[in-house]
Design a binder for this molecule. Sequence first.
Ligand SMILES: NC(=O)c1ccc[n+]([C@@H]2O[C@H](COP(=O)([O-])OP(=O)(O)OC[C@H]3O[C@@H](n4cnc5c(N)ncnc54)[C@H](OP(=O)(O)O)[C@@H]3O)[C@@H](O)[C@H]2O)c1
Length: 292
Amino acid sequence: MKPRIVIVGAGRAGGALALALREVGYEIAAVVSRSPSSARRLAEWVESDRWSDRPEELAPSGDVVILSVPDGAISQVCARIAERGGFRKGQVVAHLSGALPAGVLSPAGEAGAYVLSMHPIQTLAEPKIGAERLRGAYFSLEGDPEALAVGRRMVEDIGGRVLELPEGAKVLYHTALCIASNYLVALADAAMGVLRAVGVEPQEGLQAILPLLQGTLKNLGEVGLPKALTGPIVRGDVDTVRAHLVALSERASEFSELYRTLGRYTVEVARRAGLEEGSVEELSALLAPSGG
Ligand SMILES: NC(=O)c1ccc[n+]([C@@H]2O[C@H](COP(=O)([O-])OP(=O)(O)OC[C@H]3O[C@@H](n4cnc5c(N)ncnc54)[C@H](OP(=O)(O)O)[C@@H]3O)[C@@H](O)[C@H]2O)c1
């Protein structure tokens, strides 16, 4: 039998997960949120007739309690439920944070529950669209072995995939995701900045580079690393890289250091892709920090 779920935090991630679980036959036993109206709205969507703004009253009705509140509120909400006797032995208590470990749920653990960090590696802007995006998404799982088994089953049931993390890995793991997602957006912004220096408006520039970004992502999926790397560095085209640096210093010098820093890293990727040592050395020297 599938475990009954209680959602605490009827926002974007909690809503998406509740809808995805309901869709594959899980019973959402209750929905709790800070405001009763949020709790009630999600309860209606997932066909639950129990909602509240008092988590300790409804948490006991779940085999799995998912604390889908903002990261900064997880410890406090967990402690409140524990203090008021809302957890029971053998329950699984999970949170959805990318950065926090399962250990922040220790008050639930002390009450006899098994704790779990269950982070969807997906961006969830709205519950209904988010539920669709969770199908096929990876979830990282970390926590007590009993909770990991339950988490794995939930993830696989909704069509997701599991990335199991050892204890102590969460912060560095989250750093990697931040590089992959947030820095990609920042890089797109930097490319716009350089285009602006030659008179291309940001809106048009973004439209122009989107197919390039999408093609690059597709290459990553299809041929993987380091083969997805194309361009002057992996070709060993030193003159082109030198010309880039001169153009940047003349017309968009605020992007010079970023270009050099990422360039040096790109040389290492190119080395793995087979760039010969002579070119590696020449490019590394060319891309050295300008102050050094
Ligand atoms: N959104 C994403 O893309 C995403 C992706 C992966 C992981 N996550 C994780 O999911 C968790 C929730 O993030 P979110 O984006 O879903 O945030 P959100 O949309 O702001 O939703 C948080 C919900 O928690 C409720 N809440 C806040 N404080 C509360 C409290 N003290 N007691 C009970 N409910 C409380 C809010 O209630 P009211 O609406 O009732 O005021 C809100 O509905 C975070 O740990 C986040 O790191 C989010």
